[in-house]
Design a protein around this ligand. Sequence first.
Ligand code: BGC
Length: 847
Amino acid sequence: MLCPGPEDDLVNDSNDRARGRWHAQFVASPRFVRGSTDNLAAYLRREVAVTQVRQATLHVTALGLIEPWLNGVRVGDEVLAPGWTSYDHRLAVSTYDVTNIVREGDNAIGAVLGEGWAVGRVGWEGRRSVWADRPAAFLQLDVEDANGSWSVGTDSTWRAGCGGVQANSLFEGEVFDARLELPQWCAPGFADAAWQPVDVVEKDLSPLLPRYWEPIRAVEELPARQILTTPAGRTVVDFGQNLSGWVRLQVTGPAGTRITLRHSETLIHGEVDFETNRGAAATDVYVLRGDEAGETWEPRFTFHGFRYVDVAGWPGTVDPADMTAVVVHSDMRRTGWFDTSHDGLNQLHSNVVWSMRDNFVGVPTDCPQRDERAGWTGDINAFASTAAYLYDVRGVLGSWLEDLACEQRATGSVPFVVPNVQVAPSPPTALWGDVAVNLPWVLYQETGDEELLRRQYPSMTAFVDQVEAVLDETGLWSKGFQLGDWLDPDAPPNNAAGGKTDAHLVASAFFCRTTEQMARTAALLGQHADAERYTRLHTRVRDAFRNEWVTPAGRLANESQTAYALVICFEVLEPAHVERAGQRLADLVADADYTIATGFAGTPFVVHALTQTGHADVAYRLVLQEECPSFLYPLSKGATTTWERWDAIQPDGSLNSTGMTSLNHYALGAVADWLHRVVGGLSAAAPGYAALRVAPVPGGGLTRASAVKDTPQGRAAVTWSDSDGIRTVEVTVPDGVPAEIVLPDHPEALVLQVTGGTHTWQYPCVTRPFNSLDLRTPITTLQQMPLWAEVMAVLSRHVPLLATAGPDFDLSPWARSLHELVRRSPYGPGMEAELLGVLERAVAARQ
Ligand code: BGC
């Protein structure tokens, strides 16, 4: 057995037994030139006679991408099948009931076969043929008819030809010459004498398994928003949304007309820009057959991450009705929604949802547009809770975790990317490798499914044991490669891992959390000896962390927002130190003027840490900041997805030159978890939402927020709204589920226990207007504002030295904020209140 998986007689069987189940063999086109980048797609077919069919079932998979056909009819609605898995270990078979397509007498079974992930270019190292050196198809038709039960599958009797698909690649795009497509190629009676016999390809059949997770489908269509002519004279179609998928075109024109569609995420200074695609050509070509009634085409063996399409060679003028964007991703069920009275937050949330959709094309990836598109482990670890709230990810992420376990067993380590496309083995790395433990734990919290933990248990323990072996004598993860707080905005442009938080601090903090989850998992699964061992390990790592990184008074030796956020959220600190840590975190956030100062490791936690330590107001200011870099800044540049870095497009409109400028990376969208659980206030109080906690924290000047979640127990929903001094809280709890309701700002601080049904509370509530200025606002910022003269006037009344220095005295070298000044100064007790008054009046005047 290669790797653990669901019970099924097709799964994890020896090749011999698998062969007993399967009559088909993998077959390939003899025309395929190994290593060449412009191979034609293979068209495969054979005919078979059926008499009085009772039941017909078609099983399909491929190393490559496959589109199955039967009697001229496209079978099923999957695209980019069989999706992407670690093909050496797990290859999904899709099964279709085709009884209604099979007909009396001769039937033609066929398939079009492209390169896809198995054969084409994948990952950022430019590798090809990672799983197979040419595409190979596997189809088996199981029939019950007058002749009994029998099967026919791909074997040496099949024939291979070609058609319109002249080149296909996930990164480069597809070339289709409609003049070369043979319309009847998959109809019975088609003359395939000129086609060649296929090559039978010897393959291990044991990785074949029935697909139990959602396939990739075309899930939505978006019309063209507008057709632009750029300053350079290019014709560009804007679909208004950055998406993963492709364009369907409708066109009429002379035969041989060649239309080229080049996909782009953005305009830069009005011109269509391709830099964020890096080395992916992302170009589709359609050559017209010249049909007077018009022709419709969309690619089938590629996808792109794009909002804009540069069109060249169009016959006549492009009309918006000629172009439709087809959104393509794993067809998961939406389970979570969020909405507020703040348009910016709603757009931020929409961007997060779209980046999730665009990066769940088969497996959870980093980005859908450039020559990378890989299943980066750290990205999904950062984003896991948000993903699990928004969509039912049990299938796609459950399958991906099985792949991870297989790859980990094969290479001895959790690869940076799953499926693994790297040549070099990956060293154990915090956040990235931690996904082996953190993701099953998140999914367990979300679903209550212990089976998933049981299945992943060997993978989880293998990662923890591997890291334990590299801890130093004190119990710290203090050496070896780390990606740290990846993409901290303060990291040098040429070293995204070189942020201000020590990478080994990040590593040890994550390992604290991971060992704690591991110990809890072991206990839950009845692995008592392991539970004790991992509890001891957790204590050892936590104590070593405190000894190394926390001063006796509770300050961190390497102060940064990420460091404080991690130690607060991962409960690394002694309880007595938490309040101080929260205070320091709030100070650091203010010092950065509420712009983002965290990367992949810290961003998911910084707002939670602030809220947990009583600084929700600071968290709101951080989330509502619009200056660059911030959560809302990309909206000012028209962002419709989450960017890889918050300053991917800079304030002057140019693209950041670091190269890490995907405009569609979900990792930093993890902030949405705070929107769901804190602003909306909806969270699980027991695994699988067997109990609920509803505790919204209003703020930021919002007057309404609502979170809705289809939990395994049924729909749960929270809405709070403020109107005319009255707060209304409405909560829906699934039947039989106990829920604790903490009514926000209730005059009697009411906390209630309720169960199934919809409950409403109303009470008077005075909400403070959102104050975008406070004592923590940097002095350098205040100095630019008209209120500064008033501030200096207050200060000079209280601070004798300033009275003589005059109103133009530069205070910024002496204190970063008025908060710091007040804290350090022994002068007049009224000074703080007077300063606050100045700030509040200034904010009120602006509103
Ligand atoms: C990817 C990231 C990934 C990182 C780690 C990047 O190229 O796009 O999202 O996690 O590399 O090295």
